[in-house]
Write a protein that binds this ligand. Structure first.
Ligand SMILES: [Zn+2]
Length: 397
């Protein structure tokens, strides 16, 4: 079967074309592989995803670069031998912007700091390039971004040409090529020369703005996430909407949002500390009150109390506070899901609270444990708390 003539090699702006079906065959995923004499569909390669569109009125589900041929994956075989192809142009042009932007940005990093691009990925939301160093600083990132956008603003020509492999090896390519046969070259005038089979805009202005979005440093690699053109516009719009909403919630202008968030976070931390301090003080008072009213058994005051779930923070403090009094035991329950139990006694008291906790939980359900003078548990049904504390009280020496 003859080579598929790749129309996008010479004209990346070709959106519709006619072709002949040369052969069809089954595809492993259940569809049909359709081979044409020529195609404008781009099959995934070199980091750029496959095109979509229609062929003979049928949706093109995927494309596979088989070397000499391009396989078009369709759900069924086209009815006619002569077919019309139509490229999903929104998707394709977006890929052209991101891909050409990548050439320019990669060349800019090489010029700005000698960083080489070791891989490229064009994603659905953003794209990434990996640079061969983990020492790409903020200044170099800004310099490369500035340089790349300068090339866009100058609207430099992006030209396609072909050379033999021998001739191409003599050229100063950004990345050496090891391909054989005719080599397709993409040149951003006076800035970048690369061997590439992808689709590109014809002048740098078509890329639109190039924005670095995120930087991740790993061992000897820096991953730079970026967006170009239409994607940059959409992201800028999203950023503006998010920032505007933050400004509205803070009743402030956009510029003062970070300052106000930082101030409010500090206020929240301070308020949290105050609340904690007040809860502690309140718990101490409540512990004293409960202790006053608590009955004595064999010279030991036993504080038994069930708190509501809203008082969970207070309960444990009360248990500890009671145990600070001489000759005292606290049997505290807290409602909620899960429920909680805190048993404590004045250090050196006669009871073994760890043991009593285990027996109580064995009878009423739940999990827990602890030491002789302090044990905690929970997870038993909250309507059993009162009964559980009575049971535990009955186990005291
Ligand atoms: Zn390219």
């Amino acid at each position: 079967m003859p080579h598929t003539e790749r129309l996008y090699y010479l004209d990346g702006y070709l959106r519709e074309f006619s072709a002949r079906v040369l052969r069809t065959g089954p595809d492993a995923r259940g569809g049909v592989r359709v081979y044409l004499d020529r195609t404008a569909f781009y099959p995934e390669s070199g980091g750029q995803p496959s095109d979509r569109g229609t062929l003979g009125g049928l949706a093109v589900l995927d494309l596979i670069d088989e070397g000499d041929q391009v396989a078009h994956i369709l759900a069924e075989t086209p009815a006619e031998e002569s077919v019309q192809g139509a490229i999903d142009w929104t998707r394709r042009f977006d890929h052209m912007q991101q891909h050409t932007g990548q050439h320019i940005l990669s060349a800019a990093f090489e010029r700005a700091g000698g960083y080489k691009t070791v891989s490229f990925h064009l994603g659905t939301e953003s794209s990434t390039i990996d640079l061969d160093s983990d020492r790409v600083g903020a200044r170099q990132l800004e310099a490369a971004e500035e340089l790349a956008n300068g090339v866009v603003f100058e609207n430099r020509a992006v030209q396609i040409s072909f050379r033999s492999a021998e001739a191409a090896q003599q050229l100063d390519l950004r990345k050496p090529t090891y391909r054989e046969g005719d080599i397709r070259l993409v040149e951003v005038a006076g800035f970048d020369l690369s061997a590439c089979g992808g689709t590109h805009v014809t002048s740098a202005g078509g890329v639109g703005i190039i924005c670095i979005r995120k930087v991740d440093r790993a061992k000897s690699v820096t991953r730079v996430e970026f967006v170009c053109g239409g994607r940059a516009l959409r992201r800028a719009r999203q950023d503006y909407a998010i920032l505007s909403e933050a400004g509205r919630l803070l009743s402030s202008g956009l510029e003062t949002v970070p300052e106000l968030i930082s101030k409010q976070a500090q206020e929240l931390r301070d308020a949290g500390k105050s609340v904690q301090k007040l809860v502690g003080e309140l718990a101490e008072l409540e512990a004293a009150q409960l202790w006053q009213q608590a009955p004595e058994k064999a010279g030991v005051r036993i504080v038994q109390h069930v708190f509501d779930s809203t008082d969970a923070k207070k309960a444990k403090i009360v248990a500890h506070a009671v145990a600070k009094q001489t000759g005292s035991i606290a049997l505290i329950g807290v409602k909620g899901t899960p429920s909680a139990l805190f048993f404590s006694q004045t250090p050196g008291g006669k009871a073994n609270l760890s043991d009593i906790m285990k027996q109580t939980l064995a009878k009423f359900g739940g999990k827990g444990g602890g030491a002789k003078d302090f044990a905690q548990g929970g997870g038993l049904p909250e309507d059993q708390l009162e009964a559980a504390l009575n049971f535990a009280g009955g186990l005291l020496p």
